[in-house]
Structure formats: structure tokens, C-alpha cells
Design a binder for this molecule. Structure first.
Ligand SMILES: [Fe+2]
Length: 279
């Protein structure tokens, strides 16, 4: 049986028409992985996974990240919430999720994909948006692509978080600054042959470029990549399953009232290839 899917926007996001038993059978793993990389985000409605089912499904797709922020027995489960009682470590950084970003840009090999399900939803806001960094790159003029192909970018935690909390304390800023920086090529030549922008709010500056020119270029690329034609906005419903390809998309959450208790359960798959410059 073929995997049925419907495109949600022209460039980004597809909905799979498949039931829970078929998802857990492993039958569609290769189809799902290749569609994920083509479309950036996949969703399935009315799945209602338990944590165990969500973990088993994640494991079937790739190498499950056990992570640094986990509680005993959670085996890779991350509770995405503002609530410090539920996940004190994550709540400290969650405000940064409202800005366009890729996860793990501080790592040599950023995570491949993330699998999300909602557990508590806010009545207002809290949608998650995804922007397709393959499509944004492919639409640039050829001369510009050739220039960008040669550039390298430094990603830092303070670049990622300061715009989301400019009234931070000196101690918070010092904590962000204590995290290691990472240089990546601006354009990722994936093993598949496709190229994408490695764009994220964490992009601090371009190596060797005048700071003013570097800021202008990074901001202009961000405005380009976040245009509605590259973006899929997900309106959450209980029972949803969502998977995104972190290597070729950015994501952000739209604001919602913290007292709503909004909570998503998340499993992450380790990266399978480093960010490789255009050869
Ligand atoms: Fe994120």
C-alpha cells in the first residue's frame, strides 16, 4: 500500500493519511523519511499517541536522542512548556522559541528531526510555524547563491536569546555567553545533493565580514526566508502528530498565555550528517 499524503502549502508541509497501527508497524519508515526531507514538516491528525507509542515511532525513524535535559526514566522525552514545575531547565530558555530558529546550531551535527504531540493546548495562540530553508535558498538568484555558498556563520546562544529577552539580567546574559559558539557554512550541501540555508536567530555574524554588512545580510536573508510562501503554520488539535526536518527548516512558536499550561511532548532524532559546505 502506498502512503497517502496531501500538500498543506505549495512549498512546505504535508498531511499524511495513515492510521496509528500503520505508523507503528514500520511499514512506511522510508516513505516518511523521504517525504519529510522533501516537505520539511509532516502532520497526522487524530493519532493520540501515548508517550511509549511516540517513542517507539521516533525510534523507528532514526537514532533517538536521549538528551541532556531529561528526568529519570524519560528516555528521550522532553516536555515542552513554560511551566518551571514541569521542566525547570527547559522553561528558562523557552522564550527563545518564539524567534525563528533551527535547533542545535551550537552542535557539530545538528539534530535531524523532531516528533511532537500536544498534551495541553492554549485556547489562543501557540501555533507552531515552519519555514522551508531549501526553498528559500533555491529561489535566490544564481549569482547570489554562488556568493552565499562561500560564507561561514558563527552561531551563539546570546544571539539566539537576547532578541527575545532584551531586559535580561547580567547573570542571564553571562550564562548564555558561557555556552560554546559554533561556526557553520551559511549554505548546507546535504548528502542528498540539495542545498539549504543554515539560518537561525542564533546566527551572530559572518566570519571575516564587516559587522554592519554581516548584520544587514543575515537580517535580509531572514526576511526573505520567513516570507509566507515558505511558511506552514500549524494550528494544533489534540491527537496530532507532527514531525519536522530540523536540517532544512526553521521553526518558531507564536505567543500564547503562559498560564494556559500549554505542553507538548517531544522526541528528537540525532543528526546523521554534519553541516557540509558546498564543494
Ligand atoms: Fe526549537
Amino acid at each position: 500500500m502506498a502512503l497517502a499524503s496531501v500538500e498543506l502549502t505549495e512549498r512546505t508541509g504535508s498531511e499524511l493519511r495513515v492510521d496509528k497501527a500503520a505508523l507503528l508497524s514500520g511499514e512506511f519508515v522510508q516513505d516518511i523519511r523521504s517525504l519529510l526531507v522533501q516537505r520539511g514538516v509532516l502532520i497526522v491528525r487524530d493519532i493520540h499517541f501515548t508517550d511509549e507509542e511516540q517513542r517507539a515511532f521516533a525510534r523507528s525513524l532514526g537514532d533517538l536522542r536521549l538528551g541532556t535535559v531529561k528526568q529519570e526514566g524519560d528516555e528521550g522525552l522532553l516536555k515542552v512548556t513554560f511551566d518551571e514545575k514541569v521542566n525547570p531547565e527547559y522553561a528558562k530558555f523557552f522564550f527563545g522559541s518564539q524567534l525563528w530558529h533551527m535547533d542545535g546550531t551550537y552542535e557539530e551535527v545538528p539534530p535531524f528531526a523532531t516528533i511532537l504531540t500536544p498534551r495541553v493546548l492554549s485556547e489562543t495562540g501557540g501555533q507552531t510555524e515552519f519555514a522551508n530553508n531549501y526553498a528559500a535558498y533555491e529561489d535566490l538568484p544564481e549569482a547570489e547563491r554562488t556568493q552565499l555558498d562561500r560564507l561561514k556563520v558563527i552561531h551563539t546562544m546570546q544571539a539566539a536569546l537576547f532578541p527575545g529577552k532584551p531586559d535580561c539580567t547580567v547573570e542571564e546574559f553571562a550564562l548564555w555567553h558561557s555556552y560554546p559558539n559554533r561556526e557553520h557554512p551559511l549554505v548546507w550541501q546535504h548528502r542528498s545533493g540539495r542545498k539549504s540555508l543554515v539560518l537561525s536567530t542564533s546566527a551572530s555574524h559572518i566570519t571575516g565580514m564587516h559587522p554592519a554588512e554581516s548584520r544587514y545580510l543575515l537580517q535580509r536573508l531572514m526576511v526573505h526566508a520567513a516570507q509566507p510562501r515558505y511558511v506552514y503554520r500549524h494550528n494544533w488539535r489534540m491527537g496530532d502528530l507532527l514531525i519536522w526536518d530540523n536540517t532544512g527548516t526553521m521553526h518558531r512558536v507564536l505567543p500564547f498565555p503562559p498560564e494556559s499550561g500549554r505542553q507538548l511532548h517531544r522526541f528528537t532524532l540525532n543528526g546523521e550528517e554534519g553541516v557540509t559546505a558546498v564543494g
